[in-house]
Design a binder for this molecule. Sequence first.
Ligand code: SF4
Length: 189
Amino acid sequence: MTKEKKQALLAQLYAPYKKCIECPLGTLGRINVVFGEGNPDARLMIIGEAPGRDEDLKGRPFIGRSGKLLTTVLELADIRREDVFITNVVKCRPPDNRNPLPIEAKTCKELLLFKQIEIIQPDVICTLGAVALEGLLGHPAKISQMRGLPTKFKNTLLIPTFHPAYILRNPSKLSILYEDIKKAHSHLR
Ligand code: SF4
């Protein structure tokens, strides 16, 4: 499928959900449905848990402090942010940045995230943090044990890693995030 066709399909997917109220997060004060952004034909897809305050205000994923760190680590690993596609398991900000509830993650990923993955068909998915990993997989998972280990999500290679917000709180772990992103890069075709 061409990049243009993927772009059109993503726009078509997003259009009916710009004011989505299909799960509780749609009626709890969110401003924007943060669909995600980046290359529609990305070889690497990065998935966090949910938009935060900055992302909700601007309607873009990973643009706050965590996003700046993520962009820096991508650059260090020779990956341009505009070449990847960045999104979250749920597209609306949970109140007070709480974790998404299982029903919210399930509803949103079935409506949007799984279809985004089907359209983009990345070589590698990187989830950021335990909540994103569990949200994508739909069952409990230990990020401390799974991070950096290539596994599978459906037919796509999955390399879980830590969330940049965790790295901001634990700067000594920065090299781990870098190594995991670098490993993801090494699997791109
Ligand atoms: S989180 Fe997803 S399913 Fe829930 S209201 Fe937002 S876009 Fe809709």
